[in-house]
Design a protein around this ligand. Structure first.
Ligand code: GAL
Length: 691
């Protein structure tokens, strides 16, 4: 659903300035004395802040006891923000239940798979399926919505916070009951469930629904389909809770759009967000970077996936960090330029709001060493100066708001079912890492300077010239049919080891691997050849493979071998194959893990076979990331310097909205870690003259 309301986070509420990028942070005034609040609003204005998320962890302050409420302080905060021209994304405040509630109702606390009950004292200690928790939480949502329905500062609802961050998997009796209901809906009859779960294996036959449990700690590997279904159920159970809060809000404040902050990629893998997106009025995301060579690649990947989860509509970056976080083993500060570059990379992928966790760095509590817009050092600091500069940059980018990211010609498939299935226990190898494999393919696209969308299996692939679907392990028959149709319609597909092996119930497609994709790829594998940790194999094109190999037989004359194994048990056999059916595009198979270093070479060959080329001049490929946003009449080219060195372009055609001043003769030098945004007429290539 798209927000139709006059109240929208892009539109300031108290003056008639045009829509502009929303800019701000989580704001936790309850951690500070009143005197600080006025200073906060003054500094927010200085920094160009337009919106803050308030009351996320305020339940205990708003409802200090079961029948005692205190909204006065929040009234004052909202009035103050409004008088300063700052809009509010108001939380429903249900994220962290107060001690009086867990004392009164300890049965809302989550239970781990080993049967331990989690305690209060941190946050998010509630069961997604607890009817008692839901009753109390919805009472609070109702109170918030009723009280602030007409408050002019409120432009959006922020439902709970990062649902599932700490409580996605709960194995309590509440969860067991809800799991059975979910299974009844999915399977209808016990016969169907017994068939899907293959319960004739290990004497697991169920004769009554009440015999079914969540996959709690067991003597050996729990039933794989039970495990997969429990993952699906757990995601759906939290989505159901999300709906319950949203329904209260829609009933009382139908004109105020509601969101909940996702954690696409940087958080847990438990929430199938593509399934959640339709429940909210706009998608918002939280993202934190991880130090290491793929730091920026992963940021870009997450933003591209968020864009596709948002179905191409502008989305809200609800949280990221100005500098270090507090929850990694070593929390590294951002280097000069990284604060702005990280933010603008999200914008490049379609974000129309840039917010941080949090406004003012806490002086106490578990997150006191997490950076913020106003650090412990105060506003006289590099961080605050960079924050204010970013506020000005976003203002200059006002024309970009509302534009959408232009689709790429290549796509990379991300599939939650496959992610869940390949990383479960009892697999041929525990070294297979779904997220890492897909990220490595994305890194390879970046290093070739080729834009790629990140899509799910339900996406319409027909507009793409090239689709990579690494480790696409769970392939229901219908999906196999769609991939066949894609290739026979002229599309070029690439997949990898351990793809196509099982159906939606985790049952093997018999007759040889890659199961559902065997005919499409024109190959047959009788046995997998996983490699031990530290073991590798050489390919005859110079590449090195790890983790996996396959004993491949070619079954179709239309298949050519792009590389063979030179060493190891499969020496002499095909390692990378490509079938080019007469009536279509192509279908390629990469049977080993090549990693972000090895993939660019083969990906480059596959892309050129599909006619997909980089839009960047050769010297900038890999060093600069390009994304394009468009509003129909203009295109906005985002050039993001991924390196610590300057990158020079001899000729660039276009108006620079932000970035370095062009040099005489039409050249442009992007300083280290800098971003330039060029505006050109739609259909114009700024590098046309660059050759
Ligand atoms: C998020 C959370 C915030 C804060 C932040 C720190 O997971 O929503 O409340 O804890 O992480 O990085």
């Amino acid at each position: 659903m798209t927000p139709t309301s006059e109240r929208h986070w892009l539109r300031p509420t108290c003056d008639d300035r045009p829509a502009r990028f929303a800019y701000g942070a989580d704001y936790n005034p309850e951690q500070w004395p009143r005197e600080v609040w006025k200073e906060d609003v003054r500094l927010m204005r200085e920094a160009g802040v337009t919106v803050v998320s308030v009351a996320i962890f305020s339940w205990a302050r708003l409802q200090p006891a079961e029948d005692r409420w205190d909204f006065d302080w929040l009234d004052e905060v909202l009035d103050l923000l409004h008088s300063g021209g700052i809009s509010v994304d108001l939380a429903t405040a249900t994220a962290s239940p107060p001690p009086w509630l867990t004392t009164l109702h300890p049965e809302i606390l989550p239970v781990t798979h080993t049967g331990e009950t989690l305690s209060q004292g941190a946050r998010q200690h509630w069961r997604p399926t607890s009817p008692v928790f839901r009753r109390y939480a919805l009472r609070l949502v109702e109170a918030m919505a009723t009280r602030y329905a007409d408050h002019p500062a409120v432009v959006a609802w922020h439902i709970s916070n990062e649902l599932g961050c700490h409580n996605i998997y709960d194995y309590s009796d509440d969860a067991a009951r809800a799991f059975r209901d979910w299974l009844r809906t999915r399977y209808g009859t016990l016969d169907e469930l017994n068939r899907a779960w293959a319960t004739s294996f290990w004497s697991q036959y169920y004769g009554d629904w009440d015999q079914i449990q969540p996959p709690r700690l067991a003597a050996s590997h729990a039933n794989p389909t039970q495990q997969l279904d429990f993952k699906r159920f757990s995601s759906d159970a939290l989505r159901d809770y999300l709906r319950a809060e949203r329904d209260v809000l829609r009933r009382i404040t139908p004109d105020i759009p509601a969101t909940t902050n996702f954690m696409v990629m940087s958080g847990t893998k438990g929430m199938n967000y593509p399934d959640w997106a339709a429940e909210i009025d706009f998608v918002s995301n939280d993202h934190y970077t991880h130090p290491g060579p793929q730091r920026l690649d992963e940021l870009s990947f997450s933003a591209a996936l968020t864009h596709s989860i948002a179905q191409g509509r502008p989305w809200f970056l609800m949280e990221h960090s100005t500098s270090a976080v507090n929850w990694q083993p070593v929390n590294v500060a951002k280097r000069p330029g990284e604060l702005a570059r990280d933010s603008l990379l999200h914008v490049a992928h379609g974000a129309d709001a840039v917010c941080f966790f949090q406004w003012r760095q806490s002086a106490a509590g578990a997150e006191k060493h997490h950076s913020a817009m106003v650090p412990h050092a105060g506003p006289d600091s590099e961080v605050f100066r960079s924050v204010a500069e970013l506020g000005r940059t976003l203002e200059t980018l006002t024309p970009v708001t509302g534009s959408v990211r232009e689709p790429a010609r290549a796509a990379l498939v991300y599939d939650w079912d496959s992610w869940w299935a390949v990383e479960r226990d009892s697999q041929p190898s525990s070294l297979v890492d779904y997220r890492q494999e897909v990220l490595d393919w994305y890194s390879a696209f970046l290093s070739l300077g080729v834009r790629a969308d990140v899509v799910t299996t339900s996406a319409d692939l027909s507009g793409y010239d090239f689709v990579a679907a690494p480790l696409l392990h769970v392939v229901p028959t219908a999906l196999a049919g769609r991939l066949e149709a894609y290739v026979h319609g002229g599309g070029h597909l690439a997949t990898t080891y351990y793809a196509g092996v099982v159906d939606e119930n985790d049952h093997v497609h018999l007759g040889g691997y890659p199961g559902a994709l065997r005919d499409l790829l024109g190959i047959r594998i009788e046995e997998f050849g996983p490699l031990r940790d530290g073991e590798d194999v050489q390919l005859d094109d110079g590449a090195v493979g790890t983790v996996w190999t396959d004993r491949i037989d070619l079954t179709d004359p239309e298949v050519t071998v792009l590389a063979r194994y030179r060493t190891g048990d499969q020496a002499g056999r095909p390692a990378i194959t490509r079938r080019v059916p007469q009536d279509g595009g192509s279908a390629a198979y990469v049977s080993t893990r090549l990693g972000s270093q090895g993939l660019p070479d083969v990906l480059g060959r596959l892309l050129s076979g599909a006619g997909v080329r980089s839009e960047l001049p050769a010297h900038a490929r890999g060093r600069v990331e390009l994304t394009v946003r468009t509003d129909g009449s203009h295109a906005y080219w985002f050039l993001v310097n991924r390196t610590d060195e300057p990158v020079a372009f001899d000729t660039v055609d276009g108006e620079i909205l932000t970035g370095p001043t062009p040099v005489a003769g039409g050249g442009l030098t992007l300083p280290p870690r800098a971003v330039a945004v060029l505006r050109v007429a739609s259909g114009t290539d700024p590098f046309a003259q660059a050759g």
